[in-house]
Design a protein around this ligand. Sequence first.
Ligand code: GLA
Length: 497
Amino acid sequence: MGIALALFATQSGTGDLTGNWVSRTDRHDGTTRDVFFNLKQDNGKLTGSIRLTQFFYKISDSTITPDGFTIVGSMMDGKSERKVTYQGKLVGDELHLSTRNRPDAPLIELVAKRTTPEDGAMPERVPPPALHKVADNGLARTPPMGWNSWNKFAGRVTAEDVRGMADVIASNGMKEAGYVYVNIDDTWEGAKRDAQGNITTNTKFPDMKALADYVHSKGLKIGIYSSPGPNTCAGYEGSYGHEEQDAKTYAAWGIDYLKYDWCGARNLYTDEEMQAVYQKMGDALQKSGRPIVYSLCQYGRNDVWKWGPDVGGNLWRTTGDIRDAWESMTRIGFAQDVLAQYAKVGHWNDPDMLEIGNGGMSDDEYRTHMSLWSILAAPLLAGNDLRAMTPAIKDILLNKEVIAIDQDKDGKQGKRVAQAGDQEVWARPLAGGAQAVALFNRGAQAAKVTVKWADVGLTSPPKQARDLWAHKDVTLTGAEYTVDVPSHGVVLLRVGK
Ligand code: GLA
């Protein structure tokens, strides 16, 4: 039968495709990246599902020809539909498939083999709990500061990198400047839970407790990452159905910070159910008995700023992922104005982590990034390789006068107070009646930018300001102040006490 089927298959490219198929790619960390094709062939059509990383698609369309087949998978992600298309053929007892992430992206080829029917099956949906208020954990009284692995290292981060970052933070002045959390993002998780259902680590992170002890020995704190879904965004094991167990594991390891990323939860819950789903981990963290900062990451969906504090959240992402590009950073940063009222001591808007030093922007652009995030009372999580910083980048991340704006104890987020074309003036009220005033030039040419003190709410014009990048006092006269600002640059002032 094998020979007959193989002959038929090579000739037709099809044969009977019914069954559960998996393509496994070795990630070289003791885990595999799996793509499941659960197919049912009937009357010249294919139905079933496609599952990969954080996505679970139902097959919504298919064609079968003598040369092979095409399947289209579709899923709802919040209010929008996601689609994926695979072309394939049966070759012997393998499925040879190809797809593209976008129509103009390179072809991705994969080979799938038959697997057991239950392999890769989606778990059953656990109904979300009834809503209640999770008590404030008393942490993050100022926006969290530290480092996170994702922007620079993505899936390549190792325990050695994390130790290396802790070493640098503890020795180059960053710790004294307030950078405390050393945060591991996605891709630390092991392939399978153990027999008791405990989360495990992969070979890049051989001993999480030892790593946490090491980071603590440097006087720093350590953060970790998970998802309320069965899978994280990179397709690793999530906390779904193990929330309390995982929170206990984190506490036992000595974890101080959790970033909890929606990812695979999108296949089981609607956006309207997010609050209940996040509340579950908020409760679990509090029950764990260890103070753990709770960072919500669901890309600013479902007005998270309105309920983030109620689930015990200390910060919540307000947007999709930042990229190391002027366009991405400014599109995110300059759109945060409308959320100012939601930032409070202990509960922060998070316009995503810093890209400073990753190489895709100029130093002026990175100064704009740092200034804007400080005006926004945003978390300052460096996202670069701290072991290899230019002096200019170090000066940007370590500018204590700018950090003092970000960390102002009143925790009021700044706002845009004036705009003229590419020029914007933002102001942030500070404790004791002072103000941070940022004069931004988003244009392609150097420009003079003016702040009118009345726009900042200062009825009697100030006589003096501190220029926080030049580290100089500036003498002021009159009702406004005009200054040269480089293209894509900023002048950041502290006015008043
Ligand atoms: C999402 C998050 C990112 C990062 C990745 C990890 O895209 O928004 O910040 O955590 O997942 O897979």
